[in-house]
Ligand binder design. Structure first.
Ligand code: GLU
Length: 279
């Protein structure tokens, strides 16, 4: 039985792009289970009011999901347990470089200028030599030493893509190291990062197909690498098209004008929403 999920962050109103993602994940479950997960690790930007509106909009669209809903803010100790393990294996290092530090280091003559990966500028490894002994540092950003981590993985990273461009995918761990750099697995004030939390949660929830927008395509090789590193099952990935405005720009949280709630207030029906997003 297929298990899919919709994993919004309660940092703003759901817009048409979210509606498309949620309805697609629900349809892909095909009689299996459609889950909702609240990705609220960013405590600054997440608001209970937005979370309440997520439930409300999704119910209005006709969706149902099992309760209680998984909320990432309640799982910090689960993420911590994984970080403890990776730290004990010497795979993490503390890093407090900010964007400017990274830009400066990447601009050094021998580095050849900044390069970009799924998290923006690829980290040039400035802090890799930091002390990795003692207890897991509290409230310090932690990066994964990807080169060292990938030494533990046999063969290539493989997964199945079922979205707009379906097929088998594979990537050499060495190519991943080049294209991603050492990712942050714990952010300051969060106790985790998007990449770590999403991988642990998808595994804990038994998700068999991750349905999400093509904007997250680039993060997928890293997610598969983390699954392999932590001995978690590798789900299928279904990256769907993005909903764009008239100018071809993809919708973002700030596109309040396309918020589902506004269309509702103007009298649109769930069927109207489906039509607007081509379903
Ligand atoms: N929480 C992410 C978002 O709001 C989605 C993450 C995912 O589907 O992997 O865009």
């Amino acid at each position: 039985m297929r298990v899919t999920r919709f994993a919004p962050s309660p940092t703003g109103p759901l817009h048409l792009g979210h509606a498309f993602s949620a309805l697609t994940a629900h349809a892909r479950a095909e009689g299996g289970t459609f889950l909702l997960r609240i990705e609220d690790i960013d405590r600054q930007r997440s608001k209970p009011e937005w979370e309440r509106r997520i439930y409300d909009d999704l119910r209005w669209l006709g969706l149902e999901w099992p309760k209680p809903v998984m909320r990432q803010s309640e799982r910090i100790s689960d993420y911590r347990a994984v970080l403890e393990r990776l730290w004990a294996e010497g795979l993490l290092y503390p890093c407090s470089c900010n964007r400017r530090d990274i830009l400066e280091a990447a601009s050094a003559p021998q580095e050849g200028g900044p390069r970009f990966g799924p998290d923006g500028m690829i980290y040039p490894g400035t802090c890799r030599g930091h002390d990795r002994s003692g207890p897991l540092p509290e409230d310090m950003p932690l990066r994964l030493d990807l080169r060292q981590a990938m030494r533990r993985i046999d063969g290539r990273l493989r997964w199945t893509e079922t979205g707009t461009d379906p097929g088998q995918r594979e990537i050499d761990p060495a190519a991943l190291i080049e294209s991603v750099g050492d990712p942050v697995l714990a952010r300051r004030d969060m106790g985790t990062s998007y990449h770590l939390a999403v991988v642990i949660d998808d595994a804990d929830q038994g998700v068999t197909e991750v349905v999400r927008g093509r904007d997250l395509l680039e993060a997928t090789p890293l997610h598969v690498a983390l699954q392999r590193l932590m001995d978690l099952p590798v789900p299928d990935y279904h990256h769907h098209r993005l909903i764009r405005d008239e100018t071809g720009r993809r919708l973002a949280k700030r596109d309040d004008a396309r918020a589902i709630g506004l269309y509702r207030a103007e009298g649109a029906s769930p069927a109207d929403i489906r039509k607007m997003i081509g379903l």
